[in-house]
Design a protein around this ligand. Structure first.
Ligand code: PAF
Length: 281
C-alpha cells in the first residue's frame, strides 16, 4: 500500500492501473476506521483491481460548533488497518491540497439537504459533503464508490450529485455494521462513556420496535413513529429527529406501503449519533 498526499500522485497511480485495464474502486472516509469502514474496503477489494481509500477530515462539512478539532484522528492506525484490508492507495491529502488558496466553489443540492441532518446541522453540512465528494470523484475518477448505509441521507445526496452532474461512477451502498448489542458502528462512538454507551443501544431498539409495528400491520407513520419514540423515551432519549421518509428522494412518508426509510438522530452523552432502517411494507 502506498500513502499518497497529492492530487497529481493519486492521478498517476490511477492512470497506471487503468493502463493495465483495472477497475478502480474508491472508499471515501474521514478516518478513525472501524469495522464499518473495513466492510466498505472489503467490498471495494472484492470488486476492483485498484482500491483507493481517501482519508480526509473535511472541514467544510463541519459547523462552527461541531467537533472538527476533536474529531478522532490516528493516521498510523488507519494506515495499518487499510494495509491489512488490502488497500492499494491511501490518499491522505492536507487541507491545502483539497482546498488551495482561492478555492471558491461550493456544490449545493436543493430539496434533499434541508431536511433530517441538514435541518439540524445546517445547509453547509451537505454542501461540504457534496463538494468534497465531487472533488474526490474528479481526482480519482473511480468506476465505483462505496458508502455506508448508516449515512442514509448522504447516500441520497451523493446519488443525486452523480445523476445531476453526469458523473460516471457506480454508487454502492453497504449495509450498516453493528456492535453485538445493536449499536451502529460510528467513529463518534468513542465519545460515549459507559452510561451513554448503554443508553445509545436504544436507537437500534427503537428502529426494531418500529419494524415490529409495521410487521404487525400498524403501517401508518403515527403508529410507526410512536413505537420508536416509546423505546427512545424508555431510555431517556429525546431525538433530534425521528422521521419516516422515502429512501429515494427523502419525501415524507405517511404510510409504509413500499420500502420506507426510518431515520433517527440523537445526542447521547457527548456524541451525536444517527441510525436508520429501511422498513419493508
Ligand atoms: O461519510 C464520511 O465519512 C464523509 O461524509 C465523506 C463521505 C468521506 C465526505 O467527507
Amino acid at each position: 500500500m502506498r500513502i499518497v498526499r497529492t492530487v497529481a500522485d493519486v492521478r498517476a497511480a490511477v492512470a497506471d492501473a487503468r493502463s493495465r485495464g483495472e477497475i478502480v474502486g474508491l472508499v471515501p472516509t474521514m478516518g478513525a476506521f472501524h469495522e464499518g469502514h473495513l466492510s466498505l474496503i472489503r467490498q471495494a477489494r472484492a470488486e476492483s483491481g485498484l482500491v483507493v481509500v481517501s482519508l480526509f477530515v473535511n472541514p467544510t462539512q463541519f459547523g462552527a460548533n461541531e467537533d472538527l478539532s476533536a474529531y478522532p484522528r490516528d493516521e498510523e492506525r488507519d494506515a495499518a488497518l487499510a494495509r491489512d484490508a488490502g488497500v492499494d492507495i491511501l490518499f491522505a491529502p492536507a487541507v491545502g491540497e483539497v482546498y488551495p488558496d482561492g478555492f471558491a466553489t461550493t456544490i449545493h443540492i436543493s430539496g434533499i439537504t434541508e431536511v433530517l441532518c441538514g435541518a439540524v446541522r445546517g445547509p453547509h453540512h451537505f454542501d461540504g459533503v457534496a463538494t468534497v465528494v465531487a472533488k474526490l470523484f474528479a481526482i480519482v475518477a473511480p468506476d465505483a464508490a462505496y458508502f455506508g448505509q448508516k449515512d442514509a441521507q448522504q447516500i441520497v445526496v451523493v446519488r443525486r450529485l452523480v445523476r445531476d452532474l453526469d458523473i460516471p461512477v457506480r454508487i454502492v451502498a453497504c449495509p450498516i455494521v453493528r456492535e453485538a448489542d445493536g449499536l451502529a458502528m460510528s467513529s463518534r462512538n468513542v465519545y460515549l462513556d459507559a452510561e451513554a454507551r448503554a443508553q445509545a443501544t436504544a436507537l437500534n431498539r427503537a428502529l426494531s420496535a418500529a419494524e415490529a409495528a409495521v410487521a404487525a400491520g400498524r403501517t401508518d407513520a403515527a403508529s410507526v413513529l410512536a413505537a420508536a419514540h416509546a423505546e427512545l423515551a424508555a431510555s431517556g432519549i429525546v431525538p433530534e429527529y425521528l422521521e419516516l421518509r422515502s429512501p429515494d428522494d427523502l419525501r415524507p412518508v405517511d404510510v409504509v406501503a413500499r420500502p420506507a426509510l426510518l431515520a433517527v438522530a440523537a445526542r447521547v452523552g457527548r456524541a451525536r449519533l444517527i441510525d436508520n432502517r429501511i422498513l419493508e411494507a
